[in-house]
Design a protein around this ligand. Structure first.
Ligand code: BGC
Length: 380
């Protein structure tokens, strides 16, 4: 399998990562099996409330743990690394019994993890792998490389180069595309980008797809902290630098719905979506309600739905296993090397959502209501 892009970005990220720390691994060694859930506190550290997926994750983990009787200390870090470090430090000093952490920067929590290990607090890395530390005990996430493949595939399907069943579509190139990637300090970025680029590469190599800006490296494509405004700015710059000759963008690979909305705003401001200038096909991720409305209205092409309720279940299962001095059940013990060790993981499946899938995948499963989709806003 061609993993050139994955390896390229992996190298870039490794240079960011810190050296391994020493200290005793937690590994569930603090036996809490005799204690009542009401005497136990789980610290839950989430990156940001700007993106609604993390609010849903935080709420789901908290309510599922509370339903089992545990106390929960849920904190959001406002996408600020020092704030997250401080919050995790505080959870440790206040005697958390397990930590569940979705890191902002996957390499920035090493000293916290060392302190957790010294206090025998098991650490569960939530959705984003914490890198450069041997004190990460378990990882719950989705198959992130496959998410990238799904994003690349959704772009090809939207462009008519492939059909949904994988067969060859009727469209012919050359078609102009641009590439966006997530935040380079998030370990998932390399998997999304790598999976998508491996999928697009044959079409780029044979000239069917043209990245007109020539900006294809992860460093060129990355959007720090996954920010919508940064993505809008980059798309504006791409339009000015590469499309002021009357040519048009046909598709944009986007790794996350917030980034997709920034891209779409830039395109609309440049006249796309009105008259003959059709909006390009834009991919996404997270099934954010504002983007689901855009997909329903034919503005955004697709998203990737990762059910945060199921991820929360896995995090809760892992936390309970550690508290009962057991090893959580992993279904992947090979893929997620954090630079120091391979972290055992439980990876969940996900679904690509095009307009036709909104009802069956999102409404019928109770993730969003039909009213929320129509309004483009969450009720609660
Ligand atoms: C998550 C994605 C999310 C992104 C931005 C990633 O780590 O896996 O689901 O879109 O962060 O929040």
């Amino acid at each position: 399998m061609g993993r050139k892009f994955l390896i390229a970005l992996g190298g870039a990220m490794l240079t960011l990562s810190m050296a391994a720390c020493s200290g005793g691994g937690a590994g569930g060694s603090g036996d809490k099996s005799g204690e009542k859930p009401s005497d136990l506190t789980i610290g839950v550290s989430m990156p940001t409330q700007v993106s609604e997926r993390w609010i849903a994750d935080g709420n789901a983990v908290k309510s599922k743990l509370e339903a089992k009787g545990y106390k929960v200390d849920l904190q959001y870090a406002g996408d600020d690394i020092p704030t997250q470090s401080q919050q995790v430090d505080q959870m440790i000093t206040q005697g958390a019994d397990v930590l569940i952490i979705a890191a902002i920067d996957g390499t920035a929590l090493n000293s916290q993890l060392q302190a957790a290990a010294a206090a025998k607090i098991p650490v569960i890395s939530y959705d984003r792998l914490i890198r450069g530390s041997k004190d990460v005990d378990f990882y719950v996430s989705f198959d992130n490389y496959k998410v990238g493949v799904a994003q690349g595939t959704a772009l090809l399907v939207g462009l008519g180069l492939l059909n949904k069943d994988g067969s060859k579509g009727t469209a012919k190139g050359p078609l102009n595309i641009e590439i966006f990637a997530g935040s380079l300090d998030d370990n998932n970025t390399q998997y999304f980008y790598g999976g998508a680029m491996d999928t697009l590469k044959p079409f780029i190599d044979d000239g069917t797809l043209i990245v007109k800006s020539k900006q294809t490296t992860p460093e060129q494509a990355a959007i720090l902290r996954w920010q919508q405004e940064t993505a809008q700015k980059r798309m504006e710059n791409l339009l000015t630098s590469s499309y002021n000759d009357g040519s048009k963008v046909d598709g944009v690979l986007s790794p996350y719905d917030g980034i997709s909305r920034g891209i779409i705003t830039a395109l609309q401001n440049a006249g796309y979506g009105s008259g003959a200038k059709k909006l390009p096909v834009v991919t996404g991720q997270d099934a954010e309600i504002a983007s689901i409305k855009l997909i329903n209205d034919g503005v955004q092409g697709s998203t990737v739905f990762k059910d945060t309720r199921l991820l929360a279940d896995q995090a809760v299962n892992a936390a309970e296993a550690f508290l009962q001095k057991k090893e959580p059940q992993a279904n992947d013990t090979k893929t997620y090397n954090n630079g120091v060790k391979v972290v055992p993981a439980y990876l969940l499946p996900f679904a690509t959502v095009y307009k036709d899938d909104i009802k069956a995948t999102l409404i019928d499963s109770g993730y969003w209501t039909a009213e929320e989709v129509a309004a483009g806003q969450a009720k609660k």
